[in-house]
Design a protein around this ligand. Structure first.
Ligand code: F42
Length: 327
């Protein structure tokens, strides 16, 4: 099992570098940086992390094939691989419609675009002249002028077809989920994609990209995760809510409270214990360890501690290092 940590560069880059260094010291294997146009740039952030750490692997968690052409992504990730001495990982997912609507980008065929982009990026990274006449991605003899070694490619996926694609073509998959019930289904879908491609499903690193909140005081840990869980509920497909026995109507209520900025209502009972249980790894080190063990039993191979990590990030990173990774 490996441990990852996610940072959202809504924080200044140097602050993230401080946390990443601490995570490396505490035994984390991977740091993942999210990519949204309105935050600090993912590759600038990862380049600073490359210079301030020594061994932790550095991943985009995740970038997308719409805002950046596949050749540009290949050049960026290969540059990071060179700067970091071979520590880069490319995490790629299709992104979401609302973001691209705001940017005036049409979000067509996300699955096909992801699949074809990965084929092109693999070609660029391995130094090939890329000729691709895909449905969504086209290249006519483009080629990188430099090589910087191999880069593993992970896919950010939740849907059945995306999970199957991950099994077919990816080195790993980052799944935004925290509960064994979600992974029971996902692991089967990944395995079916792998088998289709003649691969051993074990070749695919299955990462729980989880809402994580740890503190010695369980109530403090829960309080820090409530808002993140509210956003997850508001954005979850009905099928996922039903899988966890959560009233689908609550989604609209929580979405409404988020839209109004009514955080008092959200913190005052709208986010139920069942929701916390379904959509976060949360509580004391023992609580978190119990959930992690359940996830490992079901086939998860990497735990990524995502936002909020804990009520106090620095304390939380140290607590994970001492009480979970180090044990
Ligand atoms: N998105 C970001 O923008 N930034 C991030 O930093 C980020 C991090 C992140 C981390 C982990 C993670 O799991 C996801 C993350 N995401 C991030 C979101 C990510 O980019 C994707 O939005 C998300 O993972 C994709 O969700 P999904 O697997 O549900 O895929 C969507 C596109 C979907 O609808 N999938 C369907 C499925 O069954 O899997 C398939 C849809 C399909 O088949 N489409 C056809 C096609 O060709 O695309 C077209 C069908 C037609 O009718 O035309």
């Amino acid at each position: 099992m490996t441990f990852g940590i996610e940072f959202v560069p809504s924080d200044p880059v140097l602050k993230i570098a401080h946390y990443a260094k601490l995570a490396e010291q505490q035994g984390f294997d991977n740091v993942w940086i999210t990519d949204h146009y309105n935050n600090r740039d993912v590759y600038s952030t990862l380049s600073v992390l490359a210079m301030s750490t020594n061994s932790i692997k550095l991943g985009t968690g995740v970038t997308n094939p719409y805002t950046r052409n596949a050749a540009i992504t290949a050049s960026s990730i290969a540059s990071l691989n060179e700067i970091s001495g071979g520590r880069a990982i490319l995490g790629l997912g299709p992104g979401d419609k609302a973001t691209f609507d705001a940017m005036g980008i049409s979000w067509d065929k996300p699955l096909t675009t992801t699949k074809e982009s990965i084929a092109a990026i693999r070609g660029f990274i391995s130094g090939e002249k890329v000729n691709l006449d895909g449905e969504m991605v086209k290249f006519n003899g483009a080629k990188m002028a430099f090589r910087a070694g191999n880069v593993p490619i992970y896919i950010g996926a939740q849907g059945p077809k995306m999970l199957e694609l991950s099994g077919e073509v990816a080195d790993g998959v980052l799944i935004n989920a925290s509960h064994p019930k979600d992974f029971e289904v996902a692991v089967q879908q990944i395995a079916s994609g792998a088998k289709k491609a003649g691969r051993d499903p074990k070749e695919v690193d299955v990462a729980a990209y989880a809402c994580f909140s740890i503190d010695k005081d369980a109530a403090k840990a829960a309080k820090a995760a409530q808002i993140v869980v509210a956003f997850i509920v508001a954005g979850s497909p009905d099928m996922v809510l039903e899988r966890h026995g959560i009233d689908v109507a609550a989604k609209a209520d929580i979405g409404g409270a988020i839209a109004k900025g009514d955080f008092g209502a959200l913190m005052g009972g709208m986010v139920t214990t069942d929701m916390m249980e379904a959509f976060s790894i949360c509580g004391t080190p023992d609580d978190c360890k119990a959930r992690i063990n359940d996830l490992l039993d079901i086939g998860v191979t990497q735990i990524v501690a995502g936002s909020p990590i804990g009520p106090d990030k620095e304390k939380a990173i140290k607590l994970i290092g001492k009480e979970i990774i180090g044990k």
